[in-house]
Design a protein around this ligand. Structure first.
Ligand SMILES: Cc1ncc(COP(=O)(O)O)c(C=O)c1O
Length: 424
């Protein structure tokens, strides 16, 4: 199946006389005929379902769909994108370990990596995407367990050179974890370029309708955990009858460990109803992504031609320093555009307040056009240095181009520019 077809049919194929639409199985638990059967499922929870803290038929149908779209061996849904990022790292890192990340990532991920994981004893070393191979190699320590980056960074919109990052990570026998939220598997499939684990905030394009917060981790099944570096996956888990995930589950070791061990303990599993809503978003993902990209390139060209705009970041524009990487890795540059207005923060706020169609909200990648001022909203906890490293100018506006008629979106931006010009 191709992506458009997978969006509609992967994960759930009804058999004779079964419901056409994936049903919402809203049940906490599952009934068995005997104690022996329950015991057998405890011995191997992948055999069937025990409890909806770590497995539910509706959620698992969505997991199969996303795994199929990304080309992975398995997926695990979480209650938020933050939970997915956290679990993707904690699944292989313990106190005393370190990870390497690019600083061009979502502000919430910077907080998680720099502060909360640090409290748990996991250090994050930042290496800019501009770093050469030598500088990158120099950041590795004997305790480094993973490299992390975003395909299309929020909001810096830098494009990760996935092949280079994967190659260097693999030379040090650690996996590359890629946050593929903005690209979605429709615009980029990081596994095809060597990434090992993918995470998403499904709250963005996958849901698409601003209905519910969610996340997902996807395992490529390609990483070799047997370097001696990942004893937590390869050696017996005393919290699970001494199971070795690699010996028992082979290529699916990472994602099954995340479900059986971490999801069991953290319990950040979504409800069936949330997965049902997410699936409705996923059904149109391929069609929507094409239209977001078509609208956004027109809006980006319009912004580029405006006298009010100091700079614009959209890797779909030929003038972007990331155009080459975007051509290599992306089938479109998504609907998100970042730009800086002349006159800095004051004009950015004046412009945003004047808009009538685009809403000012803490969200992105919705079907409706929306705007946000990262320096005073999503990234306000970052220091000036962190803002600069994350590629965020104080006057930067993040515009998430929606699926309205593009002429209406451009007319709305014009209203904003007029408000700025009136004050000039
Ligand atoms: C790229 C990226 N990753 C992760 C997250 C966190 O996701 P959530 O808000 O679903 O927890 C976000 C949220 O904006 C994001 O943009």
């Amino acid at each position: 199946m191709r992506d458009e077809t997978k969006c509609l049919h992967a994960g759930y194929r009804p058999q004779n006389a079964e419901p056409r639409v994936m049903p919402i199985v809203q049940s906490i638990t599952y009934v068995y005929d005997s104690t022996e059967e329950v015991a057998a499922v405890f011995d191997d929870p992948m055999k069937s379902l025990i409890y909806s803290r770590f497995g539910n038929p509706t959620v698992m149908a969505v997991e199969r769909k996303i795994a199929d779209l990304e080309g992975g061996v398995g997926a695990l849904c979480t209650t938020s994108g933050q939970a997915a990022t956290m679990m993707s790292i904690l699944n292989i890192c313990s106190a005393g370990d370190s990870i390497i990340s690019t600083p061009e990532i979502y502000g919430g991920s910077i907080n998680l990596l720099s502060f909360t994981l640090k409290k748990l004893g996991i250090e994050c070393i930042y290496v800019s995407q501009d770093a050469n191979d030598e500088e990158f190699h120099a950041a590795f320590r004997p305790n480094t367990k993973a490299v992390f980056g975003e395909t299309l960074a929020n909001p810096a919109l830098t494009v990760l050179d996935i092949e280079r990052f994967a190659r260097i990570a693999h030379e040090h026998h650690v996996p590359l974890i890629v946050d593929n939220t903005f690209a979605t598997p429709i615009l980029c499939k990081p596994f095809e370029f060597g990434a090992d684990i993918v995470v998403h905030s499904t709250s963005k394009y996958m849901d698409g309708h601003a209905l519910q917060v969610g996340g997902v981790i996807v395992d490529s099944g390609n990483f070799d955990w047997n370097s001696g570096n990942f004893l937590d996956i390869t050696s017996p888990d005393e919290s699970y009858h001494g199971i070795s995930y690699t010996e028992t589950y082979g290529k699916s070791a990472y994602i099954i460990k995340a479900r059986m061990q971490l999801m069991r303990d953290f319990g950040v599993y979504p409800a069936a109803h949330s997965a049902f809503l997410l699936n409705i978003g996923l059904e149109t993902l391929a069609v929507r992504m094409k239209q977001y990209c078509e609208n956004a390139i027109q809006v980006a060209r319009y912004l580029e031609s405006s006298d009010c705009v100091e700079s614009i970041i959209y890797p779909g524009l030929e003038s972007s320093p990331f155009y080459g990487l975007a051509q290599k890795y992306l089938k479109g540059a998504s609907g998100v555009i970042s730009f800086v207005l002349k006159g800095g923060k004051e004009n950015a706020i004046r412009f945003m307040n004047a808009l009538q169609l685009a809403s000012n909200e803490v969200h992105v990648a919705d079907i409706r056009t929306c705007v946000l001022h990262p320096a005073s909203e999503t990234h306000r906890q970052l220091t000036d240095g962190q803002l600069q490293a994350a590629g965020i100018h104080p006057g930067m506006i993040r515009l998430s181009v929606g699926l309205e008629n593009v002429d209406d979106i451009i007319e709305d931006l014009n209203i904003g520019f007029n408000a700025v010009n009136r004050m000039a």
